[in-house]
Design a protein around this ligand. Structure first.
Ligand code: ZN
Length: 184
């Protein structure tokens, strides 16, 4: 029951923005707008169109990964479960689990790395929020159509076995947003 209500609520929110597209789909399939099962099917399709599933991790820029690893181990009571060097980004990364959530620590490996520039400008701190998506290419297209500035419109290989793309903070209230899709 709650599931149906949730889907309906989601659909109605979506209507505010996407009514013309929904009218088009309904006309094409010659179905009356918003009837029972079709409503559920349509809501399911729409949940596929917006693909920001959950916050996958928070990225934190640090000056010294070794020291921060010890600090976060003390803070969370668990050691880093994965450390990885991402050459294309000029970063060393370290991942921690906290319940269902993840923290990614990032240290620059050269002065031209985006992390080095971030720390120079703002100091250590939260660098990005990463959202999990199922289909990164279609999500990039959708966000571009919505007016967001995508920094790389071809997804690239990131840490933790993911394809990633970033949205410019200028278009997202000053916060760097990462989209990430698990590589299967
Ligand atoms: Zn990340």
């Amino acid at each position: 029951m709650f599931e149906v209500l949730f889907l309906e609520a989601k659909l109605y929110c979506y209507f505010a923005v996407h009514l013309p597209a929904i009218r088009f789909i309904s006309a094409k399939q010659s179905m009356p707008l918003l009837s029972g099962l079709q409503l559920k099917q349509l809501a399911f399709l729409l949940t596929k169109i917006i693909d920001m599933n959950k916050i996958e991790h928070l990225g934190i820029a640090v000056k010294n990964l070794e020291e921060s690893n010890l600090l976060f181990e003390k803070l969370l009571g668990t050691p880093s479960y994965k450390q990885e060097f991402v050459e294309s980004e000029g970063v060393k990364t370290s991942f921690f689990k906290n319940g269902p959530n993840k923290i990614e620590l990032l240290e620059a490996t050269n002065p031209d790395s985006p992390i080095a520039k971030f720390i120079e400008k703002k100091g250590e701190g939260i660098h990005h929020i990463a959202f999990e998506v199922d289909d990164i290419e279609s999500e990039i297209k959708r966000l571009q159509q919505e007016g967001f500035i995508v920094l790389n419109d071809k997804p690239k290989k990131g840490a933790d076995n993911k394809l990633v793309a970033f949205l410019h903070p200028k278009s997202t209230n000053g916060v760097l947003i990462e989209l990430c899709q698990e590589i299967k």
